[in-house]
Design a protein around this ligand. Structure first.
Ligand code: GLU
Length: 286
């Protein structure tokens, strides 16, 4: 055996010993070179790890957060957050099955098991917490207003009262607009609000500032975001109601990602192209 070969064999032996030390008895193989995480039997984490794949609900038409890319898989900040969670379950991104969730079907898709979790610009609120549970928040957005680039009449939410405004069925902004006294044109996705805005059927589109920023950037020169955000939209990761182990596991993963830079990297490689990085909010271990 050559000296070089002896050195390689010796290094491999050290690596194997190091791995054995780290796994502390974990026996099922993870999808990557990382040692397999060990989860208590019967938990969602153990089931997903065992399956080696996970189904994630996200948006497919929201630039910066979740938009179908050239490969067919979505791209964006929510997508990167989901990949971080999957990797901590020992699941590589090729084994993530992406399912489009629109605003109105997120709760039913979680409830009936069509998805294992949802990362989709999904505001945590008490109404939704009656039917699903949330990890996070991992981002704090706020409702804002999108108008045609040459519109100088609308500068705040007060200008939307009595006016036709487009938003999405099942979303918190649609509910807020109704409360405000706007005449709400509802559709199923925010991208479907753009034609009514172009044609003058509505005077504005209203939803979270980060979604509107993505739509404005995607259609350069056509639209602008106006006014200050007028609600708080803390984004959470939706899981089955009362799956506390899974929710707390995801909270741990988020905190680790905040600490070790993966969260910031996820932001910078996606939404960071248009929006400044802000420190994440503290997770809520309710
Ligand atoms: N964050 C809001 C919500 O969860 C609006 C964005 C959306 O509809 O996805 O309802």
């Amino acid at each position: 055996m050559s000296r070089r070969r002896i050195a390689i064999v010796a290094a491999a032996a050290v690596a194997v010993l190091a791995l054995a030390g780290c796994t502390s008895g974990g026996d099922s193989g993870g999808a990557s070179d990382e040692p397999a995480p060990t989860f208590a039997a019967g938990t969602t984490m153990a089931k997903l790890q065992e399956a080696g794949k996970v189904t994630v609900g996200t948006k497919f038409d929201q630039p910066l957060f979740g938009l179908s890319g050239p490969s067919g898989d979505p791209e964006g900040f929510d997508v990167e957050i989901a990949k971080i969670i999957a990797s901590e379950l020992g699941i590589d991104e090729e084994n993530i099955d992406w399912t489009e969730t629109v605003s109105a079907n997120r709760e039913p898709f979680i409830e009936n098991g069509q998805v294992d979790f949802v990362v989709a610009t999904y505001t945590i609120n008490d109404e939704r917490k009656k039917v699903v549970s949330f990890a996070g928040p991992y981002y704090l957005a706020g409702q804002s207003i999108l108008v045609l680039a040459d519109n100088d009449d609308i500068t705040s939410e007060d200008d939307l009262v009595g006016q036709p405004v487009c938003s999405v069925t099942g979303s918190t902004p649609a509910a807020n607009l109704k409360e405000l006294g706007a005449e709400v044109l509802e559709t199923d996705t925010y991208s479907n609000c753009l034609e009514p805005l172009r044609s003058g059927k509505v005077v504005a589109v209203s939803t979270d500032n980060v979604i509107l920023a993505g739509l404005a950037a995607q259609n350069e020169g056509e639209f602008k975001v106006v006014g200050e955000p007028f609600t708080e939209e803390p984004y959470g990761i939706g899981v089955k109601l009362d799956d506390t182990d899974f929710r707390m596991f995801i909270n741990d993963v988020l905190e680790e990602a905040y600490e070790d830079g993966r969260y910031e990297e996820a932001w910078n490689s996606t939404a960071g192209a248009e929006l400044p990085f802000v420190d994440p909010p503290a997770v809520d271990r309710y």
